[in-house]
Write a protein that binds this ligand. Structure first.
Ligand SMILES: C[S@@+](CC[C@H](N)C(=O)[O-])C[C@H]1O[C@@H](n2cnc3c(N)ncnc32)[C@H](O)[C@@H]1O
Length: 246
């Protein structure tokens, strides 16, 4: 079965990220990294149950903590804790007083519409993204998978420049793909999870194949370790990646 069909067979609320909630530990790491503090007005776009806003207020003493989500059940839940919460589509939201925004979305349509709104924010506003920077932007600071993009955005001149800023390398080999796949899995996963290797292998293969297709893999030929994992996936799990290689 193709990897796309395998992903299709999983619960879609998790695959789309709609019902993925960051752990308290992940929020703390993100807020420490962003140096969140008493002068900040913090917005969590897609705030889910509001845990991030609660931690920002109670542990990082932000001046104001606001959460926005278009799921009314989640907002009802969030309203039970500290913070201001609004049930609306973030594309229509007003957040011009923000100094720090947490924005973890992978949907390109949302990202492209939001980037236009972000560009109008006050200089110095930090937009925290997870896994990748905003498209065509050079991040201000990276603690992978957490990324700070600051207003006004600095635009990238090449994929290599962005790669260097995010991964600290000029090209992607097996070791880089594995290291960053593992960091992502560990950062956003449940801290109690023991066997997350399966996910790391899938992520590693996807990172390396994307790098190869974008022309930023270190070598043209497929590294032995990638070949081994492609075979393991096919032989033992009937999951096929090779059609993705251009
Ligand atoms: C981590 S975010 C990202 C999910 C999103 N499907 C994506 O990856 O592009 C998940 C949270 O955002 C909320 N959400 C998704 N789309 C939204 C929108 N357009 N406006 C407000 N909240 C949204 C969901 O209810 C959920 O609590």
């Amino acid at each position: 079965m193709k990897i796309e069909d395998y992903l299709e067979s999983l619960p879609q609320n998790l695959v789309t990220g709609d019902d993925v909630q960051l752990s308290d530990q992940a929020f703390r790491e993100i807020f420490n990294f962003a140096d969140l503090g008493k002068n900040d007005i913090f917005y969590h776009l897609g705030c889910g149950d509001g845990k991030g806003v609660k931690i920002a207020i109670e542990e990082f003493n932000v001046k104001k903590g606001i959460g926005i989500d278009n799921n009314s059940q989640k907002i009802d839940q969030a309203k039970k804790s500290s913070g201001e919460f609004f049930c609306e589509d973030i594309k229509n939201s007003e957040f011009s007083d923000a100094t720090v925004i947490l924005f973890w979305f992978t949907d390109e349509e949302i990202i492209n519409q939001m980037i236009e709104k972000f560009e109008k924010l006050k200089p110095g506003t930090r937009i925290i993204t997870i896994w990748g920077p905003l498209p065509d932007c050079l991040p201000e600071q990276v603690n992978f998978p957490y990324i700070i993009n600051t207003i006004p955005f600095k635009k990238t001149s090449s994929m290599q420049e962005q790669l260097l800023a995010v991964f600290g390398v000029k090209c992607v080999d097996f070791v880089t793909a594995w290291e960053y796949a593992e960091r992502y899995t560990k950062a956003i996963g449940d801290p109690g999870v023991k066997n997350d290797r399966f996910l790391t292998i899938i992520q590693t293969l996807v990172i390396w194949i994307n790098a190869k297709n974008l022309g930023v893999a270190c070598r043209e030929e497929i590294p032995e370790s990638i070949k081994t994992y492609l075979n393991i996936m096919k032989m033992h799990f009937d999951i096929d990646f090779e059609h993705l290689l251009k």
